[in-house]
Each structure stands twice: as structure tokens, then as C-alpha cells.
Design a protein around this ligand. Structure first.
Ligand code: SF4
Length: 354
């Protein structure tokens, strides 16, 4: 069963990024559904492992009081049943306040702040409906985060668009110069500009330069963490159908419906269950564990529930596979550093246990 759960608190968002895949239908999760979602994931999350809960949207900070109630309930319930959880908020940052950051700190919540790079790169795609860029506003909130939080409790979700891939390394260095120490590189799927071999090749060259830069930091006092590094290492292999089984992450929509992938955020037709009724009985005959996957059943699941997004998965898979190979190479280099490398990997897992 899954270990990671994404809870879409709302599909509303005050801004309008060009590549956003969220269907802004203004749905908001009610507290009763949110409680049922927490109960469901605590009950069904992979046994013996820390459960990771991502609260996101749309923009979850549009509903700070709802979010606080969900977080309080998740921690009180997880304590009662003795399950470890880690909660991370995915936000565009515009609505961060000192008060909500103080609350997050109390519960040791992680924050993923979306940024597209420097002002020019960011504002090209991440803007209001009237095309006014959001970079300047996000930067003010970044200053607030830097002042109030440990640099190892928040990270920049670096939104990498294929059109801007040649800026990847320079933007990374620029963001680091702003005081950011933790990054997650998130590649963007854009129907109008998909990933091709040329873009992937450029991304690979930039990613290798980033790793060289990161390796130098490991020996210093302020190491840089690539938060999705372990993701690459631990992710399941592609099967012969060319698609990852997404069973390690389930997405819960505002109505409580459960789907296999975040890309189904806007679609209710691909649901595999609901937090109130559980998973559909005719699915997961494999019992949804990686140890016991029956490929035939997997293909049935995929055909029924991921087929719609197979093109997205395959297109992003091009870059994901390359990043995975490079990450494995650098994992080898980190391991060869001995104690220094061990400490780096242990801290990465501790700060961002994804
Ligand atoms: S911040 Fe996120 S939810 Fe809002 S428009 Fe941009 S991509 Fe969509």
C-alpha cells in the first residue's frame, strides 16, 4: 500500500500559471472529509513506515484554519495509534505569514515553495491571470521563510519547463545565492511544449553541473540538499508497459475521491476509491505491495486508471530516467566519501523523509 498521500485541500488558486493542470472548479475539502482522509491514510498507509502527507492544491494557504485543523487532527490521531507521520505543505508562497509559519514550526511541518528560477524565468509562466509576474511577491515571502525557519525545513520546488531548460544550472546557482539550501527539481509537462531529446540532453548537462556544485557543498558547513534525490534512487523500475506503477502515492481530491496519480487532480473519472468507502473492491487484487505485484493485474489497473495520462508519464519519464541514472552515479560518489557521505545521506533522510 502507498506510503505517500497528497491531499488536495482546494482546487482554487489566486494565480494562473500557464502550465497549471488543476481544474480550478473552486472545490474545497470540508473538515469531515479531511478527517476521513487522515483516518484512511493512517489505517491504510504502508505498515511499519513513516507516512508522508502532502497538503496542497490549488493553493492550500487560502484555507489556513482548515489546514491547521487537519494538521492538529493528523498528529493527535497518529499519536493515538502510534504511527509516524511527516506533513509537507505545497504552496506558491504568496499567502505565507509569520503566524502560519510559527504554527508550522510547532508541528515540524515541511514547506515546498514553488519557484521557476530568477525573475525573468519565473514570471514567464508563473503569473496572475493578467500576466503580472509573481516573483517579487514570492521573494518577499522567501525572506520571511529565511528569517523564521531552518533552511532544512523548507525547500524550493524548482519548476523546470522544457523551454527554460538551458537556464537550469544558472538559476540553481542564483537561487542558492539567495540563501536557499534545499531544492526539489520538478519537471513541468506542458502540452504546448513537451520534452524532446534536445531538451533532455540540455537538462542532463545542467543536472551534472548542479551535482558537481552540490558535491563541493557537502564538505562545507551548509550542504545543499536535492530533496528528490532519494526519490530517484528508490523509485520502482519501469515495467514492460513503460509506465511506473504509481501505487506508492495516492491522491485525495476535495470530495474524498482517491486516485493513483496527482495528474488526475482535475479528473474524477479515474478514481480508485473514496476515503469514506475505501478502495474499490475489484482493484488491488495484488494487495498493492511492491513485493507481490502481478503484472497482469497491474496492467489492468493502469489501463483503467492511468491510461489517460500515459502520454504525460512517458514524456516526463524521459527526463526522470536520465536524472535517475545521474543520481545513482552521484550516490556512489557520496558513499565513497565515508563518514562525511554517510552523515549527508542520513541528514537528507532526516530533514526530508520522502
Ligand atoms: S500556483 Fe500551482 S495551483 Fe496555482 S496556478 Fe500555479 S501551478 Fe496552478
Amino acid at each position: 500500500m502507498a506510503r505517500k498521500f497528497k491531499i488536495t485541500i482546494t482546487k482554487k488558486c489566486p494565480i494562473k500559471c500557464d502550465y497549471c493542470f488543476v481544474d480550478k472548479d473552486n472545490q474545497v475539502m470540508d473538515y469531515k472529509t479531511a478527517k476521513a482522509a487522515i483516518d484512511f491514510l493512517l489505517e491504510n498507509g504502508e505498515k511499519g513506515k513513516m507516512i508522508l502527507i502532502f497538503l496542497y492544491g490549488g493553493e492550500p494557504l487560502l484555507y489556513p484554519e482548515l489546514m491547521k485543523r487537519i494538521i492538529k487532527y493528523a498528529f493527535s490521531r497518529s499519536k493515538e495509534i502510534e504511527r509516524d507521520i511527516f506533513i509537507c505543505i505545497g504552496t506558491n508562497g504568496m499567502l505565507l505569514t509569520k503566524e502560519i509559519i510559527t504554527f508550522f514550526k510547532k508541528y515540524d511541518i515541511g514547506i515546498a515553495l514553488s519557484l521557476g528560477g530568477d525573475k525573468k524565468t519565473h514570471d514567464k509562466f508563473r503569473h496572475y491571470a493578467n500576466k503580472k509576474g509573481t516573483f517579487d511577491e514570492v521573494l518577499l515571502k522567501l525572506e520571511l521563510l529565511k528569517k523564521e525557519m531552518s533552511p532544512y525545513r523548507y525547500y524550493v520546488a524548482y519548476c523546470l519547463h522544457p523551454e527554460q531548460v538551458d537556464r537550469l544550472y544558472d538559476n540553481f546557482v542564483y537561487l542558492h545565492s539567495l540563501g536557499i539550501r534545499s531544492f526539489r527539481i520538478e519537471w513541468i509537462y506542458d502540452l504546448k511544449r513537451k520534452w524532446g531529446k534536445r531538451e533532455v540532453d540540455i537538462a542532463v548537462k545542467n543536472y551534472i553541473r548542479i551535482w558537481k556544485y552540490v558535491m563541493k557543498s557537502i564538505k562545507g558547513n551548509e550542504p545543499i540538499y536535492l530533496v528528490n534525490f532519494m526519490d530517484f534512487i528508490n523509485s520502482p523500475e519501469l515495467d514492460e508497459g513503460g509506465m511506473h506503477c504509481k501505487i506508492n502515492t495516492l491522491e485525495i481530491s476535495p470530495s474524498g475521491n482517491i486516485s493513483l496519480s496527482s495528474f488526475l487532480n482535475s479528473s474524477e473519472k479515474n478514481v480508485v476509491g473514496n476515503v469514506s468507502d475505501g478502495l474499490k473492491k475489484d482493484l488491488f487484487a495484488c494487495r498493492a505491495t511492491f513485493e507481490n505485484i502481478d503484472n497482469q493485474i497491474c496492467h489492468y489497473c493502469k489501463n483503467r486508471h492511468i491510461k489517460d495520462i500515459s502520454e504525460i508519464v512517458e514524456n516526463l519519464g524521459m527526463i526522470e530516467d536520465e536524472f535517475k541514472k545521474i543520481s545513482e552515479r552521484y550516490l556512489g560518489q557520496i558513499n565513497s566519501l565515508g563518514k562525511e557521505g554517510d552523515a549527508y545521506l542520513a541528514n537528507l533522510q532526516k530533514y526530508f523523509p520522502f
